[in-house]
Design a protein around this ligand. Structure first.
Ligand SMILES: N=CN[C@@H](CCC(=O)O)C(=O)O
Ligand SMILES: [Zn+2]
Length: 396
């Protein structure tokens, strides 16, 4: 979703006048690698130089950001953007006390199947643009509202137009036409649907949730993940969202790159995540707790224990129709105990780790030139000025 094509024709660009450069390069004990009065040179879509503005080399073009803060573009590592229809009524009912159980996913599946390719393509493009306008430069996009061979492949083809981080989520829920025969649906998902999806996907994901009759049990989820791995896909898991359950355990057992939600964690889950911190990231989605009125997980406690964490939006029509990483960062600070700096790290380098990427989420020589600028002097303002649109991706 980066806009670097034009810049590659422009030669080098010097971004200077940076009041606070948040490199997230690990060069300071807090990991933030803050630099003041800094400059960055960008060339051919990559970061070519980072240092004090006074020592910056000459470049073909100069962009002076006038004392603003510059960060790595946000990495939104969990989003369901390929859908049609609206579930505002479901949200309103939830705020009046109706609990979330995943049943509304079927409403989005019906609307998505009914949409034309052009309609779906336009909806996804608008959501990606909305993200970029709020500072996100990499997004992971899942299928999961098609749930037929053709509709899942279509969703992934459209997602691929925006990102290499595409995820096959045929095991989102059992669709209505298979309600009486879960085994047949699982055969479809792990057979022909996976075969049609795999050429367009980097990842496979599953909604492993014993507290929803629509989602998948531990054994069912394992069969989906193992089949995905055999097809060459990396593993991601929706786990521990609606209550305690096997999602985290399964993700760690199979070496998944990420287990997402982690709203309800036992001591054993945390221990497993600590042991797997090089491999499996706990991706926290506080917009979901906000939109489902659920308890927030203790992100600060997870960090202290030694768990690798990430933050993402989970932008979707059911549990969080927000595309805003700044909103997520503000929630993580206010409700989950992270410092403003820890939240920025989780939304950049932490999310990049959950996608097994080291070329994004940090500002250092050789990384992608994905920069986000704040209309503010410091990253603290992302949570301090919650709800104010201060972040935007830089078009260099
Ligand atoms: N939990 C499963 N999937 C989505 C919600 C999908 C929906 O309700 O449409 C999530 O991550 O929360
Ligand atoms: Zn999700």
């Amino acid at each position: 979703m980066s806009a670097t094509t034009d810049s590659q024709e422009l030669g080098s660009t010097l971004v200077t006048g940076i009041g606070e450069l948040v490199t997230c390069d690990g060069s300071t004990p807090d990991g933030l690698g803050l630099r003041h009065d800094a400059a960055v040179v960008v060339e051919a879509g990559l970061i070519a130089w980072v240092g004090p503005a006074a020592q910056a080399p000459a470049a073909d073009r100069v962009v002076d950001v006038d004392g603003r803060a510059v960060l790595p573009g946000f990495v939104d590592s969990h989003a369901h953007l390929v859908f049609a229809g609206d579930r505002g009524d479901e949200f309103a009912a939830r705020m009046a006390g109706t609990p979330y159980d995943g049943g509304g996913i079927g409403v989005s599946v019906a609307a998505t199947r009914a949409a034309s390719d052009d309609q779906l393509r336009a909806l996804v493009a608008a959501r990606v643009a909305e993200m970029r306008a709020q500072g996100t430069t990499t997004v992971e996009i899942k299928s999961g509202y098609g749930l037929t061979v053709a509709d899942e492949a279509r969703a992934l083809r459209i997602a691929r137009e925006h990102t290499p981080e595409t995820t096959f989520l045929g095991a989102h829920v059992v669709p209505p036409e298979h309600a009486g025969d879960r085994a047949a649906y699982l055969e479809l998902v792990t057979g022909p649907m996976l075969a049609a999806a795999a050429p367009h996907a980097k990842w496979v994901d599953v909604f492993c949730e014993p507290h929803s009759q629509h989602a998948f049990t531990e054994d069912e989820a394992r069969s989906v993940l193992v089949a995905g791995r055999q097809a060459g896909l990396g593993l991601r898991v929706h786990g521990n969202q609606l209550g305690h359950g096997p999602g985290v355990r399964l993700a760690v057992e199979l070496g998944a790159a990420s287990v997402d939600h982690c709203t309800f964690l036992s001591a054993a889950d945390i221990e497993a995540l600590v042991g797997a911190s090089d491999t499996t990231v706990a991706t926290l989605l506080p917009g979901v707790e906000f939109s489902t009125r659920s308890p927030y997980p203790d992100a600060a406690g997870l960090l202290r224990a030694g768990v690798s964490i990430a933050l993402a939006t989970d932008c979707n029509p059911g549990t969080c129709y927000s595309s805003s990483m700044p909103f997520v960062i503000a929630l993580a600070v206010r409700e989950m105990g992270l410092t403003p700096g820890e939240a920025v790290l989780a939304a950049t380098v932490g999310s990049a780790k959950s996608l097994r990427r080291n070329d994004i989420g940090r500002i250092e020589v050789g990384a992608r030139a994905d920069l986000t600028m704040l209309d503010a002097p410091s990253h603290v303002h992302l949570s301090y000025r919650a709800g104010v649109p201060i972040a935007r991706a830089l078009d260099l």
